[in-house]
Design a protein around this ligand. Structure first.
Ligand SMILES: CC(C)(COP(=O)(O)OP(=O)(O)OC[C@H]1O[C@@H](n2cnc3c(N)ncnc32)[C@H](O)[C@@H]1OP(=O)(O)O)[C@@H](O)C(=O)NCCC(=O)NCCS
Length: 201
C-alpha cells in the first residue's frame, strides 16, 4: 500500500532518499548508479533545485513505513524558475564543481557542463506550456496507477495556481515513460521534437 504526501524538503534524511531515487531511476528509467562517479551530481542537476525552491510542488509516493519510493517535482513557471536557479542554485554548485573537474568524456563531465550552462527551453514551448515536471518511481512503486496518481496530484496543485500548460523532457530510449506520457494525453510540444512533450491542464 502506498500513499502520496508532500515531500519533507527540509528533512536531510528524506532529501538523501529522494536523491538516491533520482540516481536509481536515472538511466532512461533504470538504475544509473554505475554510470556516475559522483552520485550527487545527477540529483543536484535534476532534483535538488525543485526541493529547495518549489517545496510546495514536491510530492512523494511513500510505502507502508512512510519511506519515499518515488517523487514528482515541478515548477509553475519555467522561465522564472531558471532565473531563480541562476541566483540561488547554480552559483554554489559552480564553485563546488568547476568546469573540467570531472574526467573528460564521462557522464559526470556532461553534468558539470550543465551546471555551468543549463539548457533553456525554446520560447514556443514555455509560452504554451509554462510549467514542467520530473517524476521518478522506484521499481517497487511503479505500476497500478501510481505514476498517473502522482502526476494528477501535481496537476491539481498547478491548476490551483492558475497554470494552464505543462511540458516535460523524456529520454527517447525510455520507451516505458514515452508510452505512459502518451497514454496520459501528452503530445509533442514542438512539431519536430521527439523528446519534448506538452499537455494542457
Ligand atoms: C514512468 C513512470 C512514472 C510511469 O508510472 P507507472 O506507475 O509505471 O504507470 P501507471 O501505472 O501510473 O500507468 C498509468 C496508465 O498509463 C498506462 N501506461 C503505463 N505505461 C505505459 C506504456 N509504456 N505504454 C502505454 N500505456 C502505459 C497504464 O496502463 C495506465 O493506464 P490506465 O490508467 O488507463 O489504466 C514510472 O514507471 C517510473 O517512474 N519509471 C522510472 C523512472 C522514469 O522513467 N521516469 C520518467 C523520466 S522522464
Amino acid at each position: 500500500m502506498t500513499t502520496i504526501r508532500s515531500a519533507r524538503t527540509t528533512d536531510a534524511d528524506e532529501v538523501a532518499r529522494l536523491y538516491d531515487i533520482c540516481v536509481r531511476t536515472g538511466a532512461a528509467g533504470g538504475d544509473a548508479t554505475d554510470l556516475y562517479a559522483n552520485p550527487r551530481l545527477l540529483p543536484e542537476v535534476y532534483l535538488g533545485a525543485y526541493l529547495a525552491l518549489e517545496p510546495g510542488l514536491a510530492f512523494v509516493l511513500a510505502d507502508d513505513d512512510d519511506r519515499p519510493v518515488g517523487y514528482v517535482v515541478g515548477t509553475t513557471d519555467t522561465r522564472a524558475f531558471a532565473e531563480r536557479c541562476e541566483r540561488e542554485w547554480w552559483p554554489a554548485l559552480r564553485e563546488q564543481h568547476p568546469l573540467g573537474s570531472a574526467e573528460q568524456g564521462t557522464p559526470d563531465a556532461k553534468l558539470v557542463e550543465l551546471i555551468h550552462t543549463p539548457g533553456l527551453m525554446p520560447d514556443a514551448v514555455v509560452d504554451r506550456f509554462p510549467a514542467h515536471l520530473h517524476v521518478d518511481l522506484l521499481p517497487e512503486g511503479q505500476g497500478g496507477g501510481n505514476g498517473r496518481r502522482m502526476l494528477e496530484t501535481l496537476f491539481d496543485a498547478l491548476r490551483a495556481r492558475g497554470v494552464s500548460g505543462l511540458h516535460l523532457g523524456v529520454d527517447t530510449t525510455n520507451t516505458r515513460a514515452v508510452g505512459f506520457y502518451e497514454h496520459l494525453g501528452f503530445r509533442p510540444a514542438l512539431p519536430d521534437s521527439d523528446w519534448l512533450y506538452g499537455i494542457d491542464l
